[in-house]
Write a protein that binds this ligand. Structure first.
Ligand code: FMN
Length: 398
């Protein structure tokens, strides 16, 4: 067992909450808060996990379950379980070669990996790290011409599904990042960074890895015409300016040959609009509570979207998944599969590939156990009859 594997082994790490604590110890506060935090009062961030607690199971007991089949097909791709890694920007802040490291763990587990536009590694390098399904998540930083070049490269590198994120009309107000001066750390003024030194030196292992990795200074998939890769320091401002609209989806439909999913859908109207404009799927998501604070938990929004879509497209969801039983609940309420964000990001920050692998393993074992205890042999058989939801949850699909 390697040192990293030992760090996240049982009994020290039994669940995702334990993994979070290990990440909190290894990472400097400014980096940990970047992952862990949400927008403003973090109401939606808390709601995302709390909503799962409101849903209760209705097991079929006295049933001999001979083995549980977790395999799922999502937009034409087979996954070993109904889960993909969500796009996480700036992953190289968490661990050297963060995106490549996480993609490798996803590939070995035969689950999907979604690469963010805000990646410190190239599409081609990430593609080499995993034989598993790979999706690309698009932001329009750098404009359409720049995006078209990235899409061409993504298709060549075997990325099959495009996720278009629609909930970043401007940048969410992440109060922890402001207090910690995260933008100074990611900026170009090296002199200003001196104030972080004592704090970073207290996390020597992280610091050594970050410096060895080159400090992630530019975005190799955002090649601005006539200028080259976009510097990391420009990302936040550029993101705030680059609203993605339904018009962009029309253009994307022509630029991308495979399926498109729209990520960040919270109301039925947006789900219908996404399908009308040519998307094959939607991701019910509030960006992990990092954008508009005060929106509903993703799980709470899911039934409205299921009703609006009416079986015409595949529905995924993310937000607040910390246990395998959460995955089961989301599927019972109509999701085909889920994306996990922080659950794996904590693993990456705690112990790199070993940490991501541990996060996946925890969720897989937990989902398997949940199915067995529900008396259900396959995730394909999960449905509304296995859960109860509070009477106050309106517009539920059956
Ligand atoms: C640190 C961090 C960075 C993220 N970066 C992106 C991104 O670049 N693009 C995107 O579409 N979503 C991004 N998200 C949102 C995730 O893809 C996902 O929707 C969210 O994390 C799900 O909630 P969970 O963390 O509770 O699982 C990010 C989330 C976190 C925590």
């Amino acid at each position: 067992m390697t040192r990293q594997e030992r760090r996240v082994a049982s009994p020290r790490v039994v669940n995702i909450g334990d993994l979070r604590r290990v990440a909190e110890r290894r990472l400097p506060r400014v980096v940990f808060d970047y992952v862990d935090g949400g927008a403003q009062g973090e109401i939606t961030l808390r709601e995302n996990t709390r909503a799962f607690e409101e849903v209760t199971f209705r097991p079929r007991n006295a049933v001999a379950v001979r083995g549980c089949d977790l395999r799922t097909k999502v937009l034409g791709t087979e996954l070993s379980m109904p889960m993909l890694l969500a796009p996480i920007g700036f992953s190289r802040m968490l661990y050297p070669q963060g995106e490549i490291t996480a993609a490798r763990a996803a590939g070995k587990a035969d689950i999907g990996f979604t690469l963010t536009t805000i990646s410190g590694s190239s599409l081609e390098e990430v593609a080499k790290a995993t034989q598993g399904p790979r999706w690309y998540q698009l932001y329009l930083v750098g404009g359409r011409e720049c995006a078209e070049a990235a899409l061409e490269r993504a298709q060549k590198a075997g990325f099959t599904v495009l996720a278009m994120t629609i909930d970043t009309g401007t940048f969410g107000m992440r109060e922890r990042d402001v207090r910690n001066e995260a933008s100074v750390l990611m900026g170009t003024n090296q002199f200003a960074k001196i104030r972080f030194l004592p704090h970073l030196l207290a996390h020597a292992e992280w610091l050594a890895g970050f410096l060895r990795d080159g400090g992630m200074l530019e975005l190799p998939n955002v090649i601005v015409p006539g200028r080259g890769p976009m510097p990391l320091s420009e990302t936040q401002a550029s993101l705030a300016r680059s609203v993605v609209t339904w018009d962009d989806l029309k253009w994307l439909r022509k630029a991308w040959r495979g399926p498109i999913v729209v990520k960040g859908v919270l109301i039925g109207d947006d789900a219908r609009r996404a399908l009308d404009e040519g998307a094959e799927g939607v991701v019910v998501s509030n960006h992990g509570g990092r954008q508009l604070d005060g929106v509903a938990a993703s799980l709470r929004a899911l039934p409205e979207i299921v009703k609006a879509v009416g079986g015409r497209a595949e529905i995924l969801m993310d937000g607040g998944i910390r246990r395998g039983s959460d995955i089961a609940k989301a599927i019972c309420l109509g999701a085909r599969a889920v994306l996990i964000g922080r659950a794996y990001a904590y693993g990456l920050g705690a112990a790199g590939e070993a940490g991501v692998a541990r996060a996946i393993e925890i969720l897989r074992a937990d989902l398997m156990r949940t199915l067995a205890l529900l008396g259900c042999e396959s995730v394909a058989d999960l449905n509304r009859s296995y859960v109860d939801v509070p009477a106050t949850w309106a517009t539920l699909s059956s």
